[in-house]
Design a protein around this ligand. Sequence first.
Ligand code: RB5
Length: 140
Amino acid sequence: MKIAIGCDHGGLGLKAAVSALLATLGHEVVNHGCDSPDSVDYPGFAQSVCEAVLAGRCARGILICGTGIGMSMAANRFKGIRAALCHELFTARMSREHNNANVLCLGARVIGPGLAEEMVRVWMTTEFAAGRHQRRIEMF
Ligand code: RB5
C-alpha cells in the first residue's frame, strides 16, 4: 500500500521509526516532511498528507506531532478524511474496523516507539467492517 506520512518537529523521530517499519512490511512510504528538528507549523503537513489521500495518490496517511492532537484537528477539516488520534491498540484497531479511518494520528510525546509500531501494524492490517458502520460514516 502507498502511505503518505508527515510530521512536525515533535514527531520527527517517531516518523523515522514508523517509516522504516512500513517499508519492512512492504509498503511504499511517501514522505511529506518535515525533515529537520527546527520548529515548524503542523497544519501544512497535515494538509499535504490529506490532499495526497483525497486525490488517491496514497491509500492512507499517517500524521505525527507531539501529542497528535493538532494533526488530528487539522486533518479532520478535510471532507473525506477520517483521521483517528490513537494512543493504544484497541482504538487503533477500532478506528479501522468501525470508522474506516484513512489517516492515523500519533503523539510522539505520548507513546513510545514500541507501542506506536504495534499500533501501526494493527492499523495497517485491520479491515473496515462496513455494514451499519458504512451508513454512519456517510453521515458526516
Ligand atoms: C509542538 O510543540 C506541538 O504543539 C505539536 O507537536 C503538537 O503536539 C500539537 O498538537
